[in-house]
Design a protein around this ligand. Structure first.
Ligand SMILES: [Ca+2]
Ligand SMILES: [Ca+2]
Length: 211
């Protein structure tokens, strides 16, 4: 496809498209069966919404997925051109079959001028392959239940911190919702010998959202 440079619209295009990453929707997990968990990679849809723009064929989208927030261990990346306004796009990332937190971010490039935007903020999601292997109460998804999880819940409820990963794990008393009551429940367990966190229920196909 030939590239076109419309200098009158260039600045506006960059501004508009940058916003698309701030409105992303993120993440549908599509494969949870045991046989698929044995695959060398797991396809995961990363979805974002584009705003209204016009000179689409001058924009190259770059997306990276990593196991850490600093993007020091990138497990998938892609470059591609978007040619539609006001549309939800889904990029299929192929990830190693490792249950846990992943992060992705994106940026755009004007292929005519070579201008490159800054990377968007990182968006986190949880790759859920086997709910039975989740550690009850491990709300930060690092695989262990420690006082750090308590701090994580405090920040979630009172300081705008990220939600538990996956979200159902935050319901440590299994009453169907994640509330301050779960925080108290976890305090009682860690320091007052209360009952342990329960194992959350998951439907066969779960949708996890990043924050
Ligand atoms: Ca933890
Ligand atoms: Ca609860």
């Amino acid at each position: 496809m030939p590239l076109h440079c419309n200098k009158e619209n260039k600045a506006g295009l960059f501004e508009v498209f940058y916003k698309t990453f701030l409105f992303l929707l993120v993440l549908s997990l599509a494969f949870l069966s045991g046989s698929q968990a044995q695959a060398s990679t797991i396809p995961v849809g990363l979805t974002f919404a584009t705003a209204n723009y016009t000179q689409c064929d001058t924009l190259l989208i770059q997306i990276q997925v990593s196991t850490d927030k600093a993007f020091s261990n990138i497990v998938d990346q892609s470059n591609w051109t978007v040619c539609q306004s006001n549309t939800n796009f889904t990029y299929s990332a192929y990830l190693p079959p490792v249950q846990g937190n992943f992060y992705w971010h994106g940026r755009h490039m004007n292929r005519c001028t070579g201008e490159v935007s800054a990377w968007s903020v990182p968006f986190r999601f949880y790759l859920l392959l086997d709910p039975s292997k989740l550690v009850p109460g491990d709300v930060n998804g690092d695989g262990f239940l420690t006082p750090v999880d308590l701090i994580y819940l405090v920040q979630y409820f009172f300081a705008g911190g990220p939600q538990p990963t996956p979200p159902q794990v935050g319901d440590v008393n299994c009453d169907g919702k994640c509330t301050v009551g779960d925080l108290i429940y976890l305090i009682n367990y860690l320091w007052k010998f209360g009952p342990p966190p329960c194992r959350p229920y998951f439907k066969p196909l779960s949708l996890q959202q990043a924050k």
